[in-house]
Design a protein around this ligand. Structure first.
Ligand code: GLN
Length: 467
């Protein structure tokens, strides 16, 4: 599928559709939808911006490629003047005092935010059921989950309620819902896009990234959002990925790796395994060199990730205590105010993570758990460095299982954590990784070495042609 952004841009510029009509269409679709994909619909905000674009066009001016294009924003990003709920009761009435860098860059390019999108509270979840706005429904089957935590964003793109959406990915939250709703979702190299204005979940793996129906749109939006930002010292300067760098073919002999134990694991659904093996056979036929690799098993990756992610989120969410943000419960002492406010306003899943994270960090346990997880994270990164000396790309399933029914994850958090087995490792390594809605039921995950984001696009184009 070619760029929807480009097609809409042409229509706007040629006056085949007005920006106001385009935006209004999206707003109406969002209002009439039953998918629970939104937290706030930005009617006035969006229509105001649309009017400005229309008057520019009426004046005979040329507009930029992104100008007037409607997009969605996961509700963990600050957008000045709008509610930024993080899918929680705590911040349900919290208005953003400023705008996240990534979103500001899109605004500067003229794109129009039409909706703040429903998600798992503070990014905690793999299904978008851990939200006080109601479980998000899968775009292809409303009895199934949307995936998470950026479920609302993936559904909006899949249903065409937004032209693209900005998700957030800490351990798979862009890639997994993209796979569940059959759209593209990219987690770029850690630091390629500034995290300023993204509510912190696990700061050391949090990434901003686009979800869209085409690779062209992912590339375009990625380029606009990327870059060094002095307000996020982990961000770095990068070159835009140009159309000349991205091709449709991988040269014969390109080394494509896969993790043997991911594919041999009993936890992998037989249908996904079979499709993955067929995909490898096709690629071999196309002259690719398929390289089996050793790696840590899924359980170890999940344990390491959750130990660190819980520790980081417990620290990051300590600031939500009723004194600065959100509601404040009455109490006889400061301690009581804190504890009642936090118990009343965090969901059960978020409380589980805060309690778990504080345990991981507490005296007497931190050596055994936190330090050990850090040590393992070092080993994982080392492994990746060695792997990418041997291969150009690693392919893996996005998830071990097909899309679950709504309700299952809530009954069994452990199963939910294990469904992240194939995404969290790449997050710990800070690697660029893309979900392409191809070949496997929940999509194929394409991963490259740090800062090699460009090759993901070439590889995905290639897979699109041969699979
Ligand atoms: N499902 C993972 C978790 O709950 C990843 C979430 C995310 O990337 N925000 O931690």
């Amino acid at each position: 599928m070619a760029s929807t952004i480009q097609a809409l841009h042409n229509k706007l510029q040629n006056k085949e559709i007005s920006c106001t009509d385009l935006v209004q269409q999206k707003l109406t679709q969002l209002k009439e939808s039953n998918y629970n994909s939104e937290t706030t619909i930005l009617d006035e905000y969006a229509l105001d911006l649309a009017k400005k674009v229309d008057s520019k066009i009426a004046n005979g001016e040329n507009i930029g490629l992104l100008e007037g294009i409607p997009f969605g924003v996961k509700d963990v990003y600050l957008l000045q003047g709008t509610y930024s709920s993080a899918g929680s009761d705590f911040l349900k009435k919290y208005k953003s005092p400023y705008t996240a860098t990534a979103i500001q860059k899109l605004l500067d390019a003229g794109a129009i935010p039409v909706v703040k999108e429903n998600c798992d509270s503070f990014g905690h979840g793999s299904s978008s059921e851990n939200t006080v706005f109601g479980a998000v429904k899968n775009a292809l089957d409303a009895n199934k989950v949307a995936g998470g935590s950026s479920g609302g964003s993936a559904v909006n793109v899949a249903k065409d309620f937004t032209t693209f959406s900005i998700g957030g990915d800490t351990g798979g939250s862009i890639r997994q819902p993209a796979g569940y709703n059959k759209v593209y979702g990219l987690k770029p190299t850690y630091g390629r896009i500034s995290r300023y204005g993204l509510m912190a979940y696990a700061s050391s793996t949090d990434c901003v990234g686009p979800i869209a129906q085409s690779l062209e749109d992912i590339q375009l939006v990625l380029n606009v959002m990327s870059g060094k930002d002095y307000r996020d010292q982990t961000s770095y300067a990068s070159k835009a990925i140009s159309n000349e760098t991205v091709t449709n073919t991988l040269p014969k002999g390109t080394k494509i790796g896969y993790y043997k134990n991911f594919i041999e694991s009993d936890a992998l659904a037989p249908s996904i395994k079979a499709n993955f093996e067929t995909m490898l056979a096709t690629l071999k036929n196309e002259g690719m060199e398929i390289v089996p690799l050793d790696f840590f098993d899924g359980n170890m990756l999940v344990s390491t990730y959750y130990a660190l992610a819980m520790a980081e989120t417990a620290s990051n969410l300590a600031r939500l205590d009723g004194t600065n943000y959100g509601p404040r419960a009455e109490g006889n002492s400061l301690k009581e105010i804190y504890s009642v406010t936090r118990s009343e306003n965090f969901t059960e899943e978020t409380q589980r993570r805060i309690v778990g994270g504080n345990q991981v960090l507490s005296q007497g346990h931190s050596e055994e758990i936190y330090n050990k997880a850090q040590e393992l994270r070092g080993q994982i990164s080392h492994h990746f460095n060695e792997n990418f000396k041997k291969v150009d790309i690693v392919l893996s399933p996005v998830t071990p299982n097909p899309v679950p029914e709504i309700g299952n994850n809530l009954k069994d958090p452990m199963t939910m954590y294990l469904s992240d087995a194939y995404t969290v490792g790449f997050s710990l390594g800070g690697l660029p990784t893309l979900t392409a809605p191809l070949a496997l039921e929940t999509g194929v995950q394409i991963t490259a070495a740090k800062k090699q984001d460009a090759i993901l696009f070439t590889c995905a184009n290639f897979l699109k042609q041969v699979l």
